[in-house]
Design a protein around this ligand. Sequence first.
Ligand code: SF4
Length: 173
Amino acid sequence: MEFKTTGSDYHAAVDAALPSDLQPGEPVLVSACVLGQEVRYNGGSNLDAELLAALRARGCILVPVCPEMLGGLPAPRPPAQPPGGDGRDVWAGRARVLTDAGADVTGAFLSGARQVRELAARLGVRYAFLKERSPSCGVNRTHSGGGLADGPGVTTAALLELGVVVFPARSSS
Ligand code: SF4
């Protein structure tokens, strides 16, 4: 599923693309920044009001997660990404995550991914809606090597391994 429609078509497209078996009262993970929490690296949010409205209309319980802050990083914080590859490589120990200044924040990214994965397992989460392009939460595309690479972020890779179905929330960038 791609949430790429813009403007007034977006809400209808999101609603139509949601899993048909979503149950009222079902917990779903949502990137905290997509819920409007100011947890991004620049201290801002990525509120996606249409997605939230569609999920609330289905009666889902929205569980906010910000893996980078769960991993101990502050907001704001220096932007960071792998020098190459994607989150699957980081999750598997084949790549690191570095800030622009070269500080190694791999441990924080992995810690956050593990905590989100454990939460998903504990709650029996089937679906997650995470912020596209983020090196943690990206689903189809992630920042890597100074550009964008195909593939998931670190937390998304951890959730996919668990069997959670992850959908990309709208990107504001
Ligand atoms: S994309 Fe994920 S890691 Fe980045 S601010 Fe949003 S919730 Fe946190």
